[in-house]
Design a protein around this ligand. Structure first.
Ligand code: HPA
Ligand code: ZN
Length: 321
């Protein structure tokens, strides 16, 4: 079954590149850059991967990314992920990154984008994999900061394909970012947003109706709202679902409690993704395998999920991909 899943052509549409920082690489980069990590060794860091909710994960995620300082660091990080993704049958990646998480600690935006872009070009040559960058705004930072970030991104317009919204969801509704998403739309950027991971279905409605998103990241709490399920199905708004993440962050207790079957039954376009694979115990194929086992999915459903990921991607925009 693993080989069947690995062989399915697929796209990964919900992947935070900073969330691919494996503990060993965190220590290697810490050494290379003379940065002290607040953990004695790889084992101690791995022990800390015992999250109680989204915020407890984010605290560690932001702490670890302090080792990313130079373009080479971002390039090495992305290259390691892309090599793995290619081996998992991933043909196309829409890679999230968090500009504010780097710029706010003094790393120029140019350094981040150059590093990621160089890894993307190398991976296209080596594996034929295509990569689009999606810059996510941190929703627990002020909307004014998101707007200045968008202005800074405008200087790298050619390297950026879309914008997203991530970080701590509760208490930070999508509507706070109406203006910045409108401005991004005017720049011709694609729009996606995390919504309904921990937050209520109303945040998903806002992402659709206020931000005008084309896909919803996570969106699992849509399962609580039949009218919203109908809206997603009728308008063919894909959800980028990340099952192992949902279990690790305790959005669902067990994988068997995951709303995937309800979403599929409602006719929603579901895609399977890894979110932050270094932290959540699995890359994209591991997520498919876990779902297959939890729900005894047949090969036709697995093929449909993989096909959905390619159909839901923005790669049709890109010549030659
Ligand atoms: N949710 C919100 N913000 C994030 C996540 C996530 O799963 N991963 C990285 N930033
Ligand atoms: Zn995410």
């Amino acid at each position: 079954m693993i080989e069947f899943i690995r062989g399915l052509p697929k796209a990964e549409l919900h992947l935070h590149i900073e969330g691919t920082l494996e503990p060993q690489m965190a220590f290697d980069l810490a050494k290379r850059n003379g940065v002290a990590l607040p953990y004695a060794n790889v084992e101690a860091l791995t022990q800390a991967y015992n999250f109680s909710d989204l915020q407890s994960f984010l605290n560690l995620y932001y702490a670890c990314m302090d080792v990313l300082r130079r373009s080479e660091d971002f390039a090495d990080l992305a290259s390691a992920y892309l090599q793995r993704a290619a081996a998992d049958g991933v043909q196309h990646v829409e890679m999230f990154f968090d500009p504010q998480a780097h710029v706010n600690r003094g790393i120029p935006l140019r350094v981040v984008i150059e590093g990621l872009s160089s890894a993307a070009s190398a991976a296209r040559e080596r594996y034929g994999i295509s990569v689009l960058l999606i810059a996510c705004f941190l929703r627990d930072r002020p909307a004014t900061e998101a707007m200045s970030t968008l202005e800074a991104l405008a200087e790298h317009r050619d390297a950026i394909h879309g914008v997203g919204l991530d970080s701590a969801e509760l208490g930070h509704p999508p509507s706070d970012f109406a203006e910045v998403f409108a401005a991004a739309g005017e720049m011709g950027l694609h729009r996606v947003a995390h919504a309904g991971e921990e937050g209520p279905p109303d945040y998903i409605w806002q992402a659709l109706d206020v931000l005008g998103v084309e896909r919803v990241d996570h969106g699992i709490r849509a399962a609580e709202d039949p009218a919203l399920l109908r809206r997603l199905a009728v308008d063919k708004i894909p959800l980028t679902v990340c099952p192992l993440s949902n279990v690790r962050l305790k959005c669902v207790e067990n994988l068997s409690d995951h709303p995937l079957p309800a979403l599929l039954d409602a006719g929603v376009v579901v895609t399977v993704n890894s979110d932050d694979p270094a932290y959540f115990g699995g890359y994209v194929v591991d997520n498919y395998v876990a779902l297959q086992r939890a729900f005894d999915l047949d090969t036709a459903t697995l093929e449909q999920l993989a096909r959905n990921s390619l159909d839901a991607s923005f790669r049709g925009d890109v010549r030659g991909s």
